[in-house]
Design a protein around this ligand. Sequence first.
Ligand code: PLP
Length: 261
Amino acid sequence: MSRPISALTIAGSDSGGGAGIQADLKTFAAHGVHGLSAIAALTAQHTRGVTAVHVPPVAFLRAQVDACFEDFDIGAVKLGMLASAEVIHAVADALQAHRPPHVVLDPVMVATSGARLLEADALDALRTRLLPMATVLTPNTPEAELLLGRKITDGAAADEAAQALRALGAGSVLLKGGHLDEGDRVVDRYADATTSTRWQQPRMDVDGHGTGCTLASAIAANLCLGHSPVDACAAAIAYVHDALLRGYAPGRGAVRVLDHF
Ligand code: PLP
């Protein structure tokens, strides 16, 4: 019997179970894809915020990544919270050594709660080392602004930003529109070398947690299943929308986590 394809997440752990590695593994499972994880950072976290962050030694992160590549057929790698420039360089070195077919880069910087998940001096390393390896880059508007060094104030600026991010070296870009005010709808913009498209949905009045992590890992799962980047993005957007509609608030905070199944 041939081995199934696995997806690997290299990201942060959320002790509250709503985002990060925990969301990624649930997403992989919901897509019928075997999930692997290399934990780049640990957060002590609940539905009201992040109370502490611990970054294990990068040699141990590399050992986790190497162990995964030594034994599994990895169809796609999802990158989430990487915490520091040192971690980013270690991940870039590991990906250069193992050359996975696809990389989905969620350039996690600041949590919705306001907690910093990437040190300020790490932006350059993210832009120069990881962005060119990405099959799909999935920034939200504030992350795209930091990567480009300019404000995105309206839909036309967002269209331009998606192209400009691709010009920095990503194979394709899914610029998430949730933070941009475009009336009662949310517009996600996609651009690759030959296609640009957008998906619109009515804005949902919910305080969701783990949506970005889930979107990126759903794209990775769909790439593992053989979908093209644009089809993987379309399927992942629909998956997150449905999972958020069914979402629930498991803690004392108002935030809702997704129902992945
Ligand atoms: N915790 C971890 C480990 C994460 O990776 C992320 C986002 O990527 C978050 C928290 C923040 O999630 P949100 O902004 O959806 O609340």
